[in-house]
Each structure stands twice: as C-alpha cells, then as structure tokens.
Design a protein around this ligand. Structure first.
Ligand code: HEC
Length: 194
C-alpha cells in the first residue's frame, strides 16, 4: 500500500478553501451591515463656479492664523444683492462659495498679509459650493434644505464631496434653519435668532 501524504494534505487544504469560499458571502454579509447612506442627488447640478474670484463678491473673510488657513465666502450677484436678512430667502440662481486656502508666510514664518490685512492666500484647498434653483434639494429627503444643492470641489473642478455624498452637507445645514434659508451666515453675523 502506497501512502502519499502530499495529496492528503492538499485535499485538506482544498476542502478548507472550498468551505471558506462557500461560507464567505454569509461571513461578509454578517461583518458588513448594510450602509445606510442618506439620500442625495445623483447628478452635479451645482456646477463648478468658474472664475468665482473675479466674478463673485466677497461676503466675508475668516482668518485662521493658527491653522494657517484663510476662509473666504463669495456670493454671485443675486446673493450679493441680499444685504438685509428681511430679504431672505435667497432667489433661485443664487450661488454661495466657501473657499479654504493655505496661507503664505515670510522666511521667519511670520504670516504675510494682503492690502486688507487678511492672511495672504497660497493655494486653494477646496470649495464648498451651494446653489439654489427651483425644485432643487428634493433628493435629500428628510434632510432637504429648501431648494439648495451642495457639492465640494478642488480648485481644478474635480469633486471632493460628490453629489452622491452631499447628504452630509444638507444634514448639517438643515440646522441653520428655514428662517436663514439654511445658510449659516452668508454675509450676516453668526446666528443669534434661529
Ligand atoms: C457640521 C456642519 C456642517 C457641514 C457638514 C457642512 N457645513 Fe457648510 N457651513 C456650516 C457652518 C457652521 C457654516 C458657517 C461657517 C462660519 O462660521 O463661517 C457653513 C458655511 C457654508 C457655506 C458658506 C455660507 C454660509 O452658510 O455661511 C457654504 C457655501 C457651505 N457651508 C457649503 C457646504 C457644503 C457644500 C458642505 C458639504 C460638502 C457643507 N457646507 C457641510 C456647517 C456645515
């Protein structure tokens, strides 16, 4: 009688592999409970705001010295025309951009300032953009913030937060409240009367 241990060992390995293969769908399903991503638009209807630095108006600037970042909030003409909160909600066609940029320092590491005394921008790191149009926002379901839709872009126009993941934006902006048309600040001071 010939005893050959190798095929036997192989048979065990094959059997084990086979069992795992059969069981894997069950194991994986158990390990990864279904993600419940809140609903969001599937298409980008916000649109990258080309030339916003020249075409839009600056609503406010936030200098973050410690973080070496400067945040600039811009609005298109329709947004810039809203100068009193009694004019809210924003008209359809409104676009608000919140730009975050890194800042420049001198050789000693002292931050450089521009002519307005704001930190000087180096590179644009990202743009939070919200656009209001008729019937926009429906796709967010219970997180709907009026007629706004949200996208986050890199400076080159590619997505940082694509529309499909923008429910997180709506989920938070819903807390800014309808009275502010779900815009936390725009050109206005931080909320005192929600
Ligand atoms: C955790 C809450 C939260 C999330 C998430 C969030 N935002 Fe905001 N957003 C704010 C707050 C608060 C402000 C006001 C910031 C300030 O104090 O200047 C703001 C400001 C803005 C502004 C400037 C207008 C304004 O409200 O003053 C835009 C545009 C904006 N957010 C878009 C977005 C987009 C796009 C996303 C998702 C990629 C997003 N936000 C995610 C809380 C949030």
């Amino acid at each position: 009688m010939k005893s050959n241990p190798i095929p036997a060992r192989l048979r065990i390995i094959a059997l084990t592999a086979c069992c795992f293969w059969l069981a894997s769908p069950l194991l994986l399903r158990g390990a990864e409970p279904e993600k419940s991503t809140p609903p969001a638009p599937t298409k980008d209807r916000v649109g990258f705001p080309k030339h916003y630095q020249e075409k839009f108006q600056v609503l406010r600037t936030v200098n973050k010295e410690k973080e070496q970042k400067v945040v600039t909030v811009y609005g298109n003409g329709l947004v810039a025309a809203i100068t009193n909160s009694s004019q809210l909600p924003y008209p359809n066609g409104s676009v608000i951009v919140m730009e975050t940029a890194s800042t420049l320092s001198d050789a000693q590491g002292k931050p450089l300032l521009d002519e307005r005394g704001n930190l000087r921008k180096d590179k644009v790191l990202g743009l939070h953009v919200m656009r209001r149009e008729k019937n926009f926002g429906e796709a967010y379901g219970e997180n709907r913030t009026g007629e706004w839709e949200y996208v986050e872009y890199r400076a080159d126009g590619s997505h940082l937060t694509p529309p499909q993941e923008s429910a997180s934006c709506a989920e938070c902006h819903v807390k800014a409240g309808a009275k502010r048309d779900f815009v936390y600040r725009g050109r206005f001071p931080a909320n005192a009367d929600k």
